[in-house]
Design a protein around this ligand. Sequence first.
Ligand code: ADP
Length: 484
Amino acid sequence: MSGFEYANAPESKAIADIATSYGLFIGGKFVEPKKGKSFNTINPANEEILSKVGYADKLDIDLAVKSARSAFTKVWSKMPAKERGKYLYRIARILQERAREFAVVETLDNGKPIRESRDTDIPLAAAHFFYHAGWADKLDYAGLGSKPKPVGVVGQIIPWNFPLLMLAWKIAPALAAGNTVVLKPAETTPLTALLFAQVCQQAGLPDGVVNIVTGDGITGAALVNHSDINKIAFTGSTEVGKAIARSISNTKKSATLELGGKAANLVFDDAAIDEAVEGIVNGIFFNQGHVCCAGSRLLVQENVADEVLEKLQKRMSLIRVGDPMDKNTDLGAINSAEQLKRIHEISNTGDAEGANRWSPDCKLPSKGFWYPPTIFTGVSQSHRIARDEIFGPVLSVLSFRTPAEGIEKANNTMYGLSAGVWSDKGSKILWAAKQLKAGVIWSNTFNKFDPASPFGGYKESGWGREGGRHGLAGYLTSQVKESK
Ligand code: ADP
């Protein structure tokens, strides 16, 4: 490369006070798991052990649910809504005050660039608590029926791609609506949830309103199957979402499921190409592509395809891959060995099925889990890389001739979480947005999130919405049903 190179700009780890071990957060205290089992959480950028966390089984889940039930009936559901709101404000303020510490811990545990945890994950998590704090005492006026009531004790299961942010998406609306929660973070990224438990203590949140149990899928299943849970809120894979739907089908439990995606990013020939290229890069390489709404299928109009591809490759050559703690890093580590294996497996089918792979030259660190930014051209709709969610920095490029064909291809998926439209013409954008079967549609931008905006999918991308008034509705009963 010619010109100036970036000097290293590592963020300091000194602010992160990670304990050597953590218990489960039940009833406002850290307690040891009943059977004393634990597991390690590692830094995926160098495979070093960060800490040891408790492994919760059925007995621990039962204690956590009991503690949430008691807090619900005795304290939280009885508390004046205005008072509940104050706790949420307090949590939001503490998250802001401790933002740097949270960003560092998130990056160490997840592998995402510090720039992203600092500028996206943590500020958005705080924003979710601020937004829902405002709702706590206004629920009667939210158009959700007269005097809507909390559903009760909610089991919440979250993935590893945005650990603290997904926690905020789940806990903030649940608490604002008067519910209490038992939350299970993903097994590879438990640390910011445990730090959040300390924030709950710091905020003086009544004991048992928030309980955090660490563990794996078996722990998650025990939570789903506990008889005293009123609702499950899950974000994760479509496969596990389906299993959860099956296990609660004979019960009175309600559920919101935020599952997978294979979003189309549609570039029409009248789009501002340079901006579209930025949006394509953001759409698939943000957070290493570990994003359920990632723009993982680029659909580009044929007459501008060469130009888009040339500019995209040039832009990709500037992506800096490496140490997530470096403030200049664009693409960090893949979250786990297991996820890296999955990315390899699905991407390799692209080669086998005849698509053309391209990645810029980049040196990957020798330790840790890494995958270079990658695009496949010559992809057809039947290829596995055009159908399955890869959840990594891998883009499948397809083309279309007419706008109608573009829409048809975009909708040819079992998912329907998000889509992007790039065009200079407002009328074309509105026309496309109307035809696209996706819960969120961005025009001339991508991956924009706001707590006030509902997020969720169609088809196998899930049930229900999170965020905004629509998300709140999922945590309340006796509301007027929303029409979609
Ligand atoms: P991913 O592909 O993102 O790892 P998963 O759906 O496997 O997605 O995991 C998302 C969350 O669901 C994690 O917290 C995981 O521990 C949990 N989980 C996995 N299997 C189950 C299950 N059978 N029941 C409940 N939760 C589960």
